[in-house]
Design a protein around this ligand. Structure first.
Ligand code: COA
Length: 105
């Protein structure tokens, strides 16, 4: 996800994320994951953005990109009433993906 630099800090990214999460919950997705830079100073505000919105860093990938370590962030999504199968068990979760490093590096 990326917001044009002239429009950042005005709530656009938060609104996009809220809308995406709402759509995913409606389609019974159970979590949302993304990749971003684990170490680049440039991406410190980006990491803070995701962490402030409930994403947890769960896995560092040091062989994915040549010049940087990638961090996988994930966030559990709330369940929705009516997401149980007839057997009474919850249906298997889907996993959504968002993010990417975005922008220029
Ligand atoms: C990260 C990004 C998508 C957030 O979108 P946004 O519209 O600027 O975010 P909002 O206005 O909804 O929220 C502002 C929050 O983002 C944070 N933020 C992160 N990067 C920012 C930036 N470059 N400019 C302004 N705020 C930024 C602010 O600190 C603020 O945090 P807080 O509300 O927790 O205090 C956007 O800043 C961006 O496109 N950054 C560059 C590309 C990028 O890193 N994309 C993500 C790849 S994983």
């Amino acid at each position: 996800m990326a917001v044009h630099s002239a429009l950042r800090g005005r709530g656009v990214g938060t609104a996009l994320l809220r809308r995406l999460e709402s759509l995913l919950v409606g389609h019974r997705y159970r979590s949302l994951s993304l990749l971003t830079s684990a170490s680049s100073h440039t991406y410190q505000p980006t990491r803070a953005f995701w962490e402030a919105r409930g994403f947890m860093p769960i896995l560092a990938l040091d062989n994915l990109w040549e010049t940087d370590v990638a961090m996988v962030y994930t966030k559990p999504l709330p369940g929705r009433a009516g997401t149980h199968s007839r057997s009474g068990r919850e249906t298997p979760g889907n996993v959504g993906h968002a993010g990417g490093r975005g922008g220029s590096r």
